[in-house]
Design a protein around this ligand. Structure first.
Ligand code: NAD
Length: 453
């Protein structure tokens, strides 16, 4: 592949064709990133802050045009794209404000005259990112990484190439020196050489389990640190005392947000039998009420998936599950890349909709006898991004935190990312954390300084 052609998934129109860079240009970009690192790391935090705050300001000024770009490249409804850009501004403001505190030297009393921990940047960091939140995934990596004094390279999903180029331009327009943030239009084969290049010090990947295994293998061979944010199969536990009238909309959106293309979406609804019928009828009513269709239309809540291939993959997972005995409650209809919101019941543990990640708007409903069985069923997953439980007995739910091995546990709320809270998974959902203080610590050298007379 020496070119990339992007396609609007809703209209199927070709958008643009891009040339990949050759290895000579790639090497020049790596050298620029390394040279700029030596300069950028010497900037005072206040000078980095000024630039990141400017990024936040530009994001808000440009939110309509960036949202439109995401709609064209991956089908996200316009209004949801605007919210995504606002969240990007938030993460920039968050790190602009807090990086100073997070990175301050930490004095430790020992028998030394003075001893402390300092947090130095690592150098050039490579990010490999997915298309589902084309701006957010990149910004939540870039804001802490650049504030810490590193420089960044981005290999974005090919389907969101214009977003990737716009993000580089955004940093340049905000006054980041040339080479602080560069987008690389490269193939998977070239990425292998980027990771093994001495210039690159670490890799952050957000993507599928398969990509995680591949990138971790290459990085491991080269002894490079990785942060892996991979797939998920989140459980949503609905206990018999759940307040359905209050929370049913949250539960439905937990699955259907972004046409189901979210790693932290609720993919398995584990419902105790006492409340099952009431849950199913209210859940179905809510899902049926969504406006489905053209992502450019302001009212649309669920639009097409990001490509026909992806919708076909979901359709195949549903078909296999139906063959194994699942029953359609709603949906299971595909028109091109548009997969209509779907609810399946009679779901069992051997079905793809239970044991695999289904990256589309399909809710798998599992009926269980009681609370203990619900927690057991929720834990029955190779993935570990997050779980949610809906119940009025919040204190009792908190006692079960340790029963779930995931990276997040949400009570009466959908699993969501927030710049102030760490985000990441366990098991095959990956390792490492983004966001909060933990996120900025991933790409720094935690250095012990010891001084005596
Ligand atoms: P993907 O794995 O196909 O691609 C992700 C990125 O990795 C892309 O840039 C892709 O080009 C690159 N990539 C894939 N294989 C590669 C290889 N062999 N060498 C070099 N680069 C490679 O994933 P996707 O379809 O873009 O995104 C959907 C997946 O991402 C889902 O599994 C979803 O759960 C996951 N995801 C996880 C999180 C999280 O925070 N945990 C967030 C969003 C998405």
């Amino acid at each position: 592949m020496s070119t990339i052609t992007t396609i609007n998934p809703y209209t199927q129109e070709e958008l643009k064709t891009y040339e990949l860079i050759d290895n000579t240009v790639l090497q020049q970009k790596l050298e620029l990133a390394e040279a700029q690192f030596k300069n950028w790391k010497s900037f005072e935090i206040k000078d980095r802050r000024k630039r990141l705050s400017k990024v936040a300001k530009l994001l808000i000024e440009r939110k309509e045009s960036y949202a439109k770009l995401m709609t064209e490249e991956m089908g996200k409804p316009l209004a949801q794209g605007i919210s995504e850009i606002e969240k990007c501004a938030w993460v920039c403001d968050f790190y602009a404000k807090n990086a100073d505190d997070f990175l301050a030297d930490q004095l430790i009393e020992t028998d030394a005259e003075e001893s402390f921990i300092s947090y130095d940047p690592l150098g050039v960091i490579l990010a490999i990112m997915p298309w589902n939140y084309p701006f957010w995934q990149v910004m939540r990596f870039a804001a802490p990484t650049l504030m810490a004094g590193n420089t960044a390279l981005l290999k974005h999903a090919s389907s969101t190439t214009e977003c990737a180029l716009e993000i580089q331009k955004l940093f340049e327009d905000a006054g980041f020196p040339e080479g602080c943030f560069q987008t690389l239009l490269v193939s998977h084969e070239q990425i292998e050489s980027v990771i093994s290049n001495d210039i690159v010090k670490a890799v952050s990947l957000t993507g599928s389990e398969g990509a995680g295994r591949k990138i971790a293998e290459i990085a491991g061979k080269n002894l490079k640190k990785t942060v892996l944010e991979l797939g998920g199969n989140n459980a949503c536990i609905v206990l018999k005392d759940a307040d359905l009238d209050k929370h049913i909309a949250t539960m439905a959106w937990a699955r259907m947000q972004n046409a189901g293309q979210s790693c932290i979406a609720a993919k398995r609804f584990i419902v105790v039998e006492d409340i099952y019928d009431e849950f199913l009828s209210k859940f179905k009513a809510k899902v049926e009420s969504y406006v489905v269709g053209n992502p450019m239309d302001d009212k649309t809540e669920i639009a097409s998936m990001a490509s026909v291939d992806l919708a076909e993959e979901v359709e195949a997972q549903v078909k296999k599950s139906l063959d194994l005995g699942a029953k359609v409650v709603l949906g299971n209809k595909r028109e091109g890349a548009l997969y209509h919101p779907t609810i399946l019941e009679n779901v069992t543990t051997e079905m793809p909709v239970f044991k695999e990640e289904v990256f589309g708007p399909v809710a798998a409903i599992i009926k269980v006898k009681n609370e203990d069985k619900a927690y057991d069923m929720a834990s029955n997953s190779r993935f570990g991004l997050g779980s949610m439980v809906f119940t009025k007995k919040v204190d009792k739910a908190k006692k079960r935190i340790g029963d779930i091995a995931d990276g997040a546990f949400f009570i009466n709320e959908l699993v969501k990312s927030d710049p102030r809270l760490p985000f990441g998974g366990t098991k095959t959902s990956g390792y490492g954390r983004e966001l909060s203080k933990e996120g900025i610590m991933e790409f720094v050298n935690v250095k012990t300084v010891y001084s005596s007379k």
